[in-house]
Design a binder for this molecule. Structure first.
Ligand code: UT7
Length: 332
């Protein structure tokens, strides 16, 4: 279906908390070592929010967006917070962020798609713009993963960090820029491999759920690794093929930062080298919904993305959820 409007990112913002947990810290609390963590994941350090919740991370990111663009809170039509660590089951974190920044004309909601959250939120936000209904939509990827990490479980605790990053989407009639295409998938048969079972309607909180550590992330790392490699690589390749993008047409792969080995496998399948891959997993670890927008903010602010650059965004996460999007950068 042809569109009259494309959705383009016109501003970005990010927030990472100050506390740094490096690999040495984990050597002091669990049986692990820096060499294992770096070689198996690519992670050197990650951030932890000491006080506050996901809405505080998200608020930091949207405030940074306002400060760097001059856009005012009252101009925002809709706020989408992509997260699996909402402050509460309800109200939505988006409502708390709206109130924190005084976005008095906005509506909003939370979107739960784990590590694919931003990719899914980006498509939803872009659709609101492309329909012509809204003019300024903010999509935020925000997760306080430290709130659901079991720091005695060496299989998971070394992986995750806290962060938030935001993009502002606006309409453009220029079809050469903006979100061009997405291939998005879910497969709920993956629920056993990566989840947090306690606290919802399936297993409401009880002494038993706490005793059995069901309010923490559970991940069968090896099983997730296998499907993540295939899912991210396949959809990234598929989106290139579908849109006749050759490797030389792609300026950057913007992958979810879960594991450097999954990222490399995706780049290989796309036929592109490491120099064309956005990477900051070494600094932040896996920040779930925040990884992709965090990469975009850092690379854009470092002057590494220019108007007209083709990006392939790709993610894989709990659900399972996964996908890839073709986006052409639209601002200098
Ligand atoms: O973001 C959402 C989607 N998630 C992902 O994409 C994550 C996918 N999975 C992964 O990235 C990897 O599976 C992990 C990084 C989580 C684990 O790497 P792995 O190479 O799959 O390791 P493994 O789980 O197969 O464990 C290998 C060995 C085990 O020891 P044995 O059984 O071989 O003796 C583990 O007990 O490494 C051990 N191990 C550790 N050793 C030192 C596990 N965690 C650690 C640790 N330090 N922190």
């Amino acid at each position: 279906m042809s569109k009259n409007l494309n959705a383009v990112i016109t501003g970005v913002g990010m927030y990472v908390p100050e506390t740094v947990l490096d690999n040495k810290y984990f050597e002091s609390i669990i049986e692990t070592n820096d060499e294992w963590i770096v070689s198996r994941t690519g992670i050197k350090e990650r951030r932890k929010l000491e006080n506050g919740a996901t809405s505080d991370l998200a608020t930091g990111a949207i405030k940074d967006l306002f400060a760097s663009t001059g856009v005012k809170p009252e101009e925002i039509d809709c706020i989408i917070v992509c997260t699996v660590t909402p402050d509460m089951l309800f109200p939505a974190t988006a409502c708390l962020v709206q109130n924190n920044v005084g976005a008095v004309n906005a509506w909003g909601f939370d979107l739960s798609a784990a590590c694919s959250g931003f990719l899914f939120g980006f498509q939803v936000g872009a659709s609101l713009i492309e329909s012509g209904t809204y003019k300024k939509v903010v999509v935020i990827g925000a997760d306080k993963m430290s709130s659901i990490v079991d720091y005695t479980d060496r299989n998971t605790c070394i992986l995750f960090g806290d962060a938030a990053a935001a993009v502002l989407l606006e309409p453009t009639e220029d079809k050469s820029i903006g979100l061009k295409d997405s291939i998005l998938r879910v497969d709920g048969s993956g629920r056993e491999a990566l989840n947090m079972r306690g606290g919802g309607s399936y297993m409401p909180p009880s002494h038993e759920t706490v005793d059995n550590k069901l309010h923490y992330i559970y991940q069968d790392g090896k099983a997730v690794f296998k499907v993540a490699v295939v899912g991210m690589a396949d959809t990234s390749y598929e989106i290139m093929k579908k849109n006749n993008l050759a490797p030389e047409d792609v300026k950057y792969l913007v992958p979810h930062q879960a594991n450097l080995r999954i990222i490399d496998a995706t780049a290989n399948r796309m036929g592109i080298g490491r120099e064309k891959v956005m990477i900051n997993i070494d600094k932040y670890g896996n920040t779930t919904a925040a990884t992709i927008p965090l990469c975009l903010v850092e690379y854009y602010r470092a002057g590494k993305i220019k108007k007209g650059d083709n990006l392939v965004l790709a993610a894989f996460g709990a659900g399972f959820t996964w996908g890839a999007s073709w986006y052409t950068w639209g601002i200098d």
